[in-house]
Each structure stands twice: as C-alpha cells, then as structure tokens.
Design a protein around this ligand. Structure first.
Ligand SMILES: Nc1ncnc2c1ncn2[C@@H]1O[C@H](COP(=O)(O)OS(=O)(=O)O)[C@@H](OP(=O)(O)O)[C@H]1O
Ligand SMILES: Nc1ncnc2c1ncn2[C@@H]1O[C@H](COP(=O)(O)OP(=O)(O)O)[C@@H](O)[C@H]1O
Length: 618
C-alpha cells in the first residue's frame, strides 16, 4: 500500500465521554500537558492560577474548561476538537461534555471516531451514564473502546476494586456490539498511567493510556473493499484546446479507485472506466483511497449530477427509497413523528424523505424498546423506516460509516434535526438499480402529460375523462383513461376505502400515470383522490421527471352529487350500508391551487372537454 494510505492510520480520532466530575477535563489536559502539546503561555497561566488557589497540582482541567468557555460563544453543538501529536501519531479529540446534551453532542462528535474513552470514577463504579456512553459508542460503531478507571488514588490503588469495575462493565458490554475493549487504571490528576506508567500500581501490566492510543491497530477498521465515490461537484474546465473534459469531484467514502478501473454510475446504472484521477493538490494520482478528496475523469460522456455515486459494477451499494435506520433526534422544539417529511442528506444526495414508521424508541439507559412510542423528542433514539423521494445509494452503517449515515433537515428552519445510522434497506427493495433507457424523451413522437381529475363520487369526473380521451385519440394523440373504478378491478383490487388504502390507491395511480406520460401518452386520471398531500405527491412525481401535470377540480357540490347518485351509492351510504363514503363519513380535502376548477355551470361534459383543451393549451 502506498504512503497516502498508510498516512490515514497515523491519525487517531478520539471521542471522550464522561462528565466533568469523572475527571475528563483533567485527563485531556494531562494528555496534552505530558505530551507537551500545550503552548508555554497556556501552561504558565494554568500553573499561576493553580498556585494562586493553593493547589498541589497544576489544575489541568483549567485548560479544557478555558477552551470550553471560548467555544460557548455561538456554536450550537457543543463539541470541541483538540489536536495534539506525538512522534508516533496525530490525535484529534472530540470533547463532548457530559451534561444534558450528551446524546446529541456525542453523536455529533463521535460519529467519525476510531476510539472512545469512557471514564469511570473508581469510587462510583459503573453508573447509568457509563452504560449510556458505552451504548452510544457501540451504536456509533466506534471500533475501539478504552475504559479508564480514574481516581485510583482515592481507592488506594486497589487492584480488587479495578477488577470489580471491569467485570461489571464486561457483563453489560456483552449485550452491545463492541469489538475491542481495553481497561486502564489511572489517576488523571496525578498522571498515573496517562503518559507515564504508574509506580503506585505495579500490578497493572498493560500500557499507559497514551502508549495504548499510539499503538492501537486501526488500519483494518477502514473499509478498503467497497469502492464508493459520492459525487459532490461536476467540474467542466475550459481547456485551451477547446475540448470539454468533464470531471467529477468528491471525497472517497470507501475502498480504492484506480486509473483504468471499470466503474458504474448510480442510480443510472451506466458503466464506464476511469481515465484520470487528480489528488487534492491538483496533481494526477494513480489511486484514490477512502477519505481522499479527488476528481476523476471518465471515458464516456454520461449524465452525472451531484448526489450520484461511483462504485464498482460487481460491488454496488444499495439503491433504494425505503430505509431502515436508527436515528437520534436533535431538535428541542419539535418531535419526530411518523408521516413527517424532512430533507435528507445522505452522502452528497439531498432528497425529501418521509418517516414511514417508528418501530420503537430505545431507552439508552436500560436498552428497553418502547414499541408504543408515537414520537421522539430531544436526545431520544429510535428505530425508524424512511421513504425517500428519489433513490438513495447507501450501505449499512456497520459496513461503512460514511455511506451508511445521514442527517435530516427541517425544511422550514433549515436546521439539522436528526442524525441517522442505516441498518438496512427495507427488505422489499434491496439491490434494485435504476435501469436507464436508451430512448430519451426527444426521440418520442408525442409529448406526454397527465390530466388529473379530482372530485366527489358523482361529480362528473368520468364523464369528462371519457370526452377528453375521445378527443385526443381522434386527433391522433395517444391517450388513456385511468378510472378509479376500473383500476380497482385489477391493479388496485387489493385496496378498499380506508384512508391508508386510498393513499396507496392514489400513489400507485400516480406512478402509473407518470409512466404513461413518460411514454408520450396523455394519462387521464379520474380518481376521487380526496387527500391533498397525495395529490401534491402525484404532482411532485411528475415534476421530478419533467412531466406536465394538470390538476382539475370537478367542484360539484355534495348535494348535487347526491341528487344525481347514478350508482345509488349515496343512498346506500346514508342508510349505513356503505361505510367510509367520501363526503358522508370520509373526508374530501378541496384542492387549493388546481390548474382548473369546473363547476356544473360550465355545461355538459362535451363543452367542458373543449374548454379544458383550450385552457390548458393541450
Ligand atoms: N366508500 C366509498 N367512498 C367513495 N367511493 C366509493 C366507496 N365505495 C365504493 N366507491 C366507488 O369507488 C369509486 C371511487 O374510487 P376511487 O379509486 O376514485 O377513490 S379514491 O380516490 O381512492 O378515494 C367511486 O367511483 P366514482 O363515483 O366514479 O368516483 C365509487 O363508485
Ligand atoms: N357536466 C355535467 N353536467 C350535468 N351532469 C353531469 C355532468 N357530468 C356528469 N354528469 C352526470 O353526473 C353523474 C356522475 O357522473 P360521473 O362522470 O360518473 O361522475 P364521477 O366519475 O365523478 O363519479 C352521471 O349521471 C353523469 O351523467
């Protein structure tokens, strides 16, 4: 492997969890101090303050506490990053305060960590917060856990006490998915086993903390197998030769890409080869490894946009719209609830997503799963399913922490409201790829569209739809009537009239209409479609694919529909023989902004059809 790649293992990302009382600030201060990573002036100030207070030792907590005060001005998520280095390794510490915002801070600070340090006060032993930190570390997939049993000086350097705490921790951690746990007895205050080995605990045969941090083996933690490059930018440099060499830039999120490799572009599914790779400094390189920012040039002109992903044809991420994930909720003033919609950022892909289900809320202290929960509030963690508007490329978080994570953004406030870790695709759409067609819309002889007629039963949708279809076909334009009644005989024969079934009925019909419109036909939909949200979604499905969509509201008052009652359904509904009848005991949400509104005053269906074609310019 070359130097670039080995270089990645010279950096260790650390997360620390624990509260001030556990001595976390002191420990970080001690690491910085004893490894000479503190500036002389900072050190002097600390020694002066400690001496003035009559402290026996320089209070190293002053160092990190001072930093904390600095950053408390204006940073919303309270995570501080500290850098230090020894001749062996560079370190980045994400210091996440242990107080009330613990979950949010830890999820934010620790999601890229290689190793988490958990501090336990030797006098107190394993506490609720120890379990919480251990659980969060395992949830975040941090590969190494180092449990520092601190304040050993206050338990007389007792090996028995240390062993007792280790045993208790091991018993709890067995329920978690933690690969590698190391225990170190320390006194952060006195510096025992932090940088120097402790003479007070000769029974401890392991390394002191810093030496452990320098030597812990992390090279095999990185995913070198699954090549993933989420496209961040499409670069079109104007060369002096006038040729247009397009390149695709992004940070490699897994595996290795080599010049000459065959790659597949997702979600389109086109394959091509890499002809050149440029490294971060703009120089050409032969290989690109995980965490390298690169741009690549490809042999074929393929339509690639930000949010697409390059992978290997025989090793693809999941591509799908239904995702199973654990999420941690960050927002103070709103709850996560099923059916809510957010912007989802997964890799470089930004798309809308709806919470399709909340399976359970997890108590991070007891690991109890509450399946009755109807929402998640600040700092709560739960298992959800998500349905995205556009296909998303992802791996499970366990396999790849970059391509397996996402954030949810509130559309109104633009704030990050959740961080998510993908468990798996929801089973029904695993490994489905989008198969691109070779016929583009310009190649088709007709331009398609969908005319969506909504209104109560008996309002006159079908009569108008029939007239429209006849006119289009007479003119030689492909058109097809999709009537709710008819679709319910085949495609939708498994659906009844509950709210959920109607939503599914509308969803399926929208998708089929979009396919017809994409093929160049005029899809004429005649569906009560009583829900505004699903009609909006139908419009969106068309907009996403650049297809015209016209919503026509047949605004015939309920009394008139009931008077007409061509099928006798209203009479039966009134007698209670049919339940959930639209307008009687099931709602109809009137369209707020349709392209056209038709009322009975507009005349007979034939006249109305002429008017529609004229008005919509079809
Ligand atoms: N409970 C109840 N509520 C409403 N409609 C009912 C119901 N039961 C049967 N029908 C008949 O089904 C037709 C409506 O089906 P749709 O698929 O258009 O309905 S929906 O969009 O899913 O709400 C509708 O046809 P139209 O009269 O053409 O609208 C009815 O004939
Ligand atoms: N523009 C119109 N003016 C008067 N009656 C109409 C009009 N359009 C339809 N009708 C009548 O209303 C009844 C219901 O029409 P239909 O098209 O079946 O409605 P829907 O499909 O919305 O249930 C039918 O008897 C039809 O003849």
């Amino acid at each position: 492997m070359d130097g670039d790649h080995r270089g990645a293992t010279e950096l260790l990302r650390l997360a620390t969890a624990g509260s001030v009382d556990d001595g976390k600030s002191t420990l970080i201060g001690r690491l910085l101090y004893d490894s000479k990573a503190i500036f002389a002036d900072q050190l002097e100030a600390i020694e002066r303050t400690s001496a003035a207070r009559g402290d026996e030792y320089a209070d190293l907590a002053l160092l990190t506490d001072g930093l904390r005060a600095e950053r408390e001005q204006g940073i919303t998520i309270d995570v501080a990053y500290r850098y230090f280095a020894t001749p062996k390794r560079k370190f980045i510490i994400a210091d996440t305060p242990g107080h009330t915002q613990y979950t949010r801070n830890m999820v934010t600070g620790a999601s890229t960590a290689d190793l988490a340090i958990i501090l336990i006060d030797a006098r107190k032993g394993v506490l609720e917060q120890t379990r919480r930190h251990a659980f969060l570390s395992s949830l975040l997939g941090i590969p190494h856990l180092t449990v520092c049993v601190n304040k050993m000086d206050l338990v007389d350097w007792s090996q028995e006490r240390f062993d007792e705490i280790c045993a208790e921790f091991v018993e709890f951690a067995a329920k978690l998915n933690v690969a590698d746990v190391t225990f170190i007895p320390i006194s952060a205050l006195r510096g025992d086993n932090v940088v120097e080995s402790s003479s007070a605990m000769p029974w401890y045969e392991g390394r002191p903390l810093l030496s452990h941090l320098e030597n812990v083996y992390i090279a095999s933690d990185r995913n070198l197998i699954d090549a993933r490059l989420p496209v961040q930018y499409v670069i079109r440099p104007q060369r002096s030769d006038g040729l247009d060499h397009r390149a695709y830039a992004g940070t490699v999120a897994g595996g290795v890409f080599t010049k000459g490799d065959e790659i597949v572009v997702l979600p389109s599914g086109f394959s091509t080869t890499i002809t050149a790779i440029w490294g971060p400094g703009g120089q050409t390189v032969d290989e690109a490894f995980a965490s390298m920012a690169v741009s690549v040039e490809l042999a074929d002109e393929i339509d690639i946009v930000r949010g697409d992903m390059l992978a290997r044809p025989n090793n693809r991420p999941y591509v799908g719209r239904d995702i199973d994930a654990m999420v941690c909720w960050f927002a103070e003033d709103a709850e996560l609830r099923p059916h809510n919609r957010y912007q989802m950022l997964c890799g470089t892909r930004l798309t809308r997503a709806q919470i399709s289900g909340l399976n359970y809320r997890l108590d991070v202290n007891t690991l109890h799963r509450d399946e009755q929960a109807d929402g998640l509030s600040l700092n709560e963690i739960g298992r959800i399913t998500l349905h995205t508007q556009e296909p998303v490329m992802f791996d499970s978080y366990r396999r790849n922490r970059d391509t397996g994570s996402f954030i949810l953004i509130d559309e109104a406030t633009n704030r990050t409201v959740a961080a998510g870790m993908i468990t798996a695709p929801v089973s029904h759409d695993s490994h489905v790829v989008w198969q691109a067609s070779k016929v583009s819309r310009e190649h088709r002889p007709h331009r398609g569209a969908t005319i969506w007629l909504t209104g109560l039963s008996g309002s006159g949708k079908s009569s108008l739809a029939v007239e429209l279809e006849r006119r289009f076909v007479a003119e030689g334009r492909p058109a097809y009537l999709m009537d709710g009644d008819n679709l319910r005989h085949g495609l939708n024969s498994d659906l009844g009239f509950s709210d959920d079934d109607r939503r599914e009925n509308i969803r399926r019909t929208s998708e089929v209409a979009a396919l017809f419109a994409d093929s160049g036909a005029v899809a004429i939909v005649s569906l009560i479609s009583p829900f505004a949200e699903e009609r909006r979604r139908a419009r969106e499905i068309h907009a996403e694919r650049g297809l015209p969509f016209y919503e026509i509201f047949i605004d015939t008052p309920l009394e008139e529909c009931e008077r007409r009652d061509p099928k006798g359904l209203y009479r039966r509904a009134r007698r209670g023989e049919i339940g959930q009848f639209t307008g009687i005991d099931s709602p109809y949400e009137r369209p707020e902004d349709p392209e056209l509104v038709i009322t009975p005053a507009d005349g007979a269906p034939a006249e109305v059809a002429d008017m529609v074609i004229r008005n919509l310019g079809l």
